[in-house]
Design a protein around this ligand. Structure first.
Ligand code: F6P
Ligand code: MG
Length: 469
């Protein structure tokens, strides 16, 4: 793993070389993608049960907005609504009858990339039939569903900007008020004193806010098939009891890396940049913003870049609209601490200390190891970072290619050359993929809890500072 982990004597060098050889062998054999073709797997159950539920909910949401569409656009809005519902229902039918993926037909700029990907999949899988919902790679089909939902709206102006998941995201945020208030108050308190903090205090507080951001990833509305899934209690009080559920805890490496970057800064003008590839809106987003705020306040970062989604995605993922809405809600909140946080955050945005970006690559179906080929501009942009946090489960699936890796294969092997900068995954486990575990741990967990990989009860802080081709 990361170079700085090891104090190397001659014996350990030999051992390392042997391990590297073994890794090399593993690297040359890339395992198959998770897929609905594995009957009974989590992918299969997701496609069979959870995705149709999400589609049914989307249809219902559009339908319940008839009055809104009529008020905004008259009869034209109502006609658009009916057509959008027709397309969403057709999509659900294609899924449930295991039809092959169809090319996209709207006019958004990412259509050529999506349709090229479809052709490549057909060529790779042999026949058009093999690109069907249950036969193709799960990652591809699940991403495809969200892009087709977007298409159903896009093809129907004047309601094309309607976000079918907005209601659920708003509800998630509102139901987390108590937790958000507690977290905002905590941030205000630590920021008041941060200038006089010793390094050990900074480290301890960073660990707190990082763990809150980690566990915030449990609040996702895709795993709950769109049903409410918010943070009800003060997240800070449960951190200690959750520690045993962190299966990989690379916090020490994250900390050393940030401290080293800070010490290495040679001139006044040099700056440390941290990137956060965001996941869900609602409590998780607020927790990520708190982490970003603390990094700036204690000068471990001078600039934070957030990466959100350009279109509604995996139910609760953050779009620019969600990001702006969250800041506005917090700013106008009756809780002074919450609004103080948002005032400071808006200032960070205005001054360019915080930057929000939403590259279309994040809503393509590719594994991240393809980024440098498919979206080189984004890869080059990420190379400017000192540390990239990847939030959540879907980002982990894309980091590791959503493949049937063994539990013990190294993170670097599973990244398959994706290494724009040192990176760290903060993820609760909600899909049956995990790499970098200690030998035997995966088997032990499987023996005691059959749902350990998908229940969101376990988490990882997994860091990589090593580049491998
Ligand atoms: O629906 C499957 C899934 O990708 C799960 O793997 C995961 O639970 C969820 O959707 C997305 O999770 P996250 O919001 O953490 O990326
Ligand atoms: Mg998500």
């Amino acid at each position: 793993m990361a170079e700085q982990r090891q104090t190397r004597g001659p014996a350990s060098v030999e051992k390392e070389e042997a391990e590297e050889e073994e890794e090399e062998e593993v690297r040359s054999e890339v395992p198959d993608s998770l897929s609905g073709k594995y009957t009974g797997s989590f992918a299969y159950l997701t496609i069979k049960d959870r995705l149709p539920k999400i589609l049914t909910k989307a249809v219902d949401t559009v339908h319940r907005h008839t009055d809104v569409f009529f008020a905004q656009h008259g009869q034209e809005g109502v006609e658009a609504e009916k057509r959008a519902i027709g397309l969403l229902s057709k999509l659900r039918n294609e899924l449930q009858t295991d039809k092959p993926a169809l090319p996209l037909t709207d006019e958004l700029p990412d259509v050529p990339q999506w349709n090229k990907y479809l052709e490549q999949q057909q060529a790779r899988l042999g026949t058009e039939e093999n690109t069907s919902w249950f036969k193709a790679p799960w990652l591809y089909m699940e991403c495809y569903m969200y892009r087709r939902i977007h298409e159903a709206l896009q093809l129907n102006p004047p309601i094309c900007d309607f976000d079918v998941f907005n209601e659920a995201k708003t509800q998630g945020f509102l139901e987390s008020q108590q937790a958000i208030t507690a977290l905002s108050a905590h941030l205000q308190e630590i920021n008041k004193n941060v200038k006089s903090f010793k390094q050990t205090q900074i480290k301890a507080e960073l660990l707190h806010v990082l763990q809150v951001a980690l566990w915030g990833n449990r609040c996702d509305l895709s795993i709950s098939a769109g049903l409410a899934n918010s943070q009800k209690l003060n997240p800070l009080t449960s951190l200690e009891s959750l520690k045993p559920f962190i299966l990989i805890d690379d916090f020490e490496f994250v900390w050393s890396h940030l401290i080293c970057s800070k010490k290495k800064k040679t001139s006044e003008t040099a700056h440390t940049r941290v990137d956060i590839v965001l996941d869900n809106s609602g409590f998780e987003l607020v927790a990520d913003l708190v982490l970003a705020d603390f990094l700036i306040a204690c000068q471990l970062a001078d600039e934070v870049h957030f990466h959100g989604k350009a279109i509604p995605w995996f139910v609760s993922d953050t779009t620019k609209k969600d990001f702006d809405w969250t800041l506005k809600q917090m700013k106008t909140s009756s809780h002074p601490q919450m609004s103080k946080c948002a005032v400071a955050w808006e200032e960070y945005m205005t001054k360019g200390v915080w930057i929000y970006q939403d590259h279309p690559f994040w809503t393509l179906p590719h594994e991240f190891c393809d980024m440098s080929l498919v979206a080189n501009d984004l890869y080059v942009e990420l190379q400017k970072s000192n540390l990239i946090f990847f939030k959540g489960d879907l980002n982990y699936r894309k980091l590791t290619g959503d493949r049937k890796w063994s539990y013990t294969v190294s993170f670097e092997t599973a990244l398959r050359g994706f290494h724009p900068a040192p990176l760290c995954s903060l993820r609760t486990l909600k899909a049956d993929i995990q790499v970098g575990l200690q030998p035997g741990l995966g088997e032990q967990l499987a023996g005691s809890d059959p749902d350990w990989m998908t229940s969101g009860q376990y988490a990882i802080i997994q860091f990589s500072n090593q580049f491998r081709k």
